[in-house]
Design a protein around this ligand. Structure first.
Ligand SMILES: NC(=O)c1ccc[n+]([C@@H]2O[C@H](COP(=O)([O-])OP(=O)(O)OC[C@H]3O[C@@H](n4cnc5c(N)ncnc54)[C@H](OP(=O)(O)O)[C@@H]3O)[C@@H](O)[C@H]2O)c1
Length: 243
């Protein structure tokens, strides 16, 4: 059942950030469902689509073969529609990018106009065995910095890259303590949007720092382990900083 609470807590920013800038920030208590475009509707993208619809938002899921997504759209009706990645990018004021990393350059080139100025949540991990040599470049820069460059965006937030899809699907609102999701980015408004969208699906966002700093939770790095509460995550982040 869709929860009423998120409709009270979703901000401004979800709908207005891209156009209103600091005015949007003042509207942080506005009541509005977000329009979320999802590029990459696989294990992570479809899990988040379900969670965000349940939280009161509208999603546009996408694929190069959108007919494959009809069952998901039917499940989430009337709050989901499906189409191409370009349509999803045009629809959303918030965009989830959750794709094999090797597709990132193409998305950045082809959808540059549609993505301009929008809040982008990036779950995508560069993995050499799947994505080839370009993954090594991204790992060297840090995935957050690499994504921002490839998508030509200053509003990228790294999020959900180090929680497995099964946990994302089943651990929301965990008791007695919710699971932490480490996030980071360079745009304060984008971070606020991400924090709200994470809270609303029952996880605790922990802002680790800038996009450059998000390398501490790139795969294989100290904060990527998962399974931590927010307090544990903050403690571990402080240790990593101190080293
Ligand atoms: N699975 C996990 O537990 C997990 C956890 C954290 C992070 N991640 C990371 O998150 C990303 C997504 O993971 P996933 O497991 O959800 O992957 P997945 O199940 O393989 O789904 C990836 C989706 O990306 C789409 N895609 C592929 N190439 C594309 C392109 N050029 N343009 C647009 N869409 C494209 C595919 O859709 P179509 O082929 O239908 O277009 C597919 O549905 C990966 O980078 C992964 O490393 C995964």
């Amino acid at each position: 059942m869709r929860s009423a609470l998120p409709l009270l807590t979703v901000t401004l920013t979800l709908g207005l950030a891209t156009t209103l800038g600091s005015v949007g920030a003042r509207a942080a208590d506005a009541v509005a469902p977000a329009k979320i475009g999802i590029i990459g509707t696989g294990k992570i993208g479809s899990t988040l689509a379900r969670a965000w619809v349940k939280a009161g938002h509208d999603v546009f899921v996408s694929s190069d073969h959108p007919e494959k997504l009809q069952a998901l759209v039917a499940e989430l009706a009337p709050h989901a529609q499906a189409g191409t990645p370009r349509q999803a990018a045009a629809f959303g004021s918030v965009i989830l990018v959750s794709i094999p990393y090797r597709a990132m350059p193409q998305i950045g080139m082809e959808l540059r106009a549609e993505l301009a100025g929008k809040v982008i949540l990036d779950t995508s991990n560069p993995v050499e065995r799947r994505d080839g040599a370009m993954a090594l470049d991204a790992q060297k820069k840090g995935a957050g910095v690499a994504t921002a460059q490839l998508l030509h965006s200053k509003r990228v937030v790294r999020a959900f890259n180090c929680i497995g899809a099964p946990s994302l699907a089943s651990d929301g609102f965990r008791k007695p303590a919710q699971l932490a999701i480490p996030i980071g980015g360079d745009d304060a408004l984008a971070l606020k949007v991400a924090e709200r969208l994470i809270r609303e699906i029952g996880f605790d966002p922990v802002v680790i720092g800038s996009l450059a700093r998000t390398r501490v939770f790139d795969l294989g790095e100290p904060l990527a382990g998962g399974g931590l509460t927010a307090a544990e995550m903050r403690g571990k982040a402080a240790q990593v900083t101190a080293q």
